[in-house]
Design a protein around this ligand. Structure first.
Ligand code: SF4
Ligand code: SF4
Length: 125
């Protein structure tokens, strides 16, 4: 498990142990209502050596990479980069988070194209 945590630190270039769980990141995140775990909870699980629990949550996929958390963190932890690192580690296993064929024609017709393109870039290997 430690190797995954080291990989997250390496890819994100963040010291996960700087986080002292103040919750400011989650307090400003616009996507928390859709997340299984709050961003600060993901960091805490990584600190505790539980990367599978962090990765099994939908948090990293729901993250919109808006950087609000990054700006708000008093410890300078770039959480958006941590979320990106978690996504990269998962996608490198060649597992897609979204399945193109499961998106209905209706959804494709009403969703903004930029959202679809962004989604596939971010959530498919
Ligand atoms: S804002 Fe920073 S220090 Fe506070 S919980 Fe989030 S990551 Fe940790
Ligand atoms: S970058 Fe992601 S985790 Fe951070 S505030 Fe934005 S949506 Fe939330």
């Amino acid at each position: 498990m430690q190797d995954i945590i080291d990989k997250v630190s390496e890819l994100s270039e963040q010291n996960l142990y700087s986080c002292y769980q103040c919750g400011k990141c989650s307090g400003g995140c616009p996507s928390v209502s859709e997340m299984d775990l709050l961003p600060n909870q993901v960091i805490r699980l990584l600190q505790l050596g539980m990367p599978d629990d962090a990765s099994n949550a939908n948090t990293m996929w729901i993250c919109a990479s808006c950087f609000t958390c990054t700006v708000r963190c008093p410890k300078g932890v770039d959480i958006a980069k941590v979320m990106e690192a978690l996504r990269q580690i998962s996608l490198r296993k060649n597992v897609d988070y979204v399945e193109v064929r499961e998106i209905s024609a209706k959804e494709i017709s009403i969703l903004p194209q930029i959202a679809l393109v962004s989604n596939f870039r971010k959530q498919t290997a």
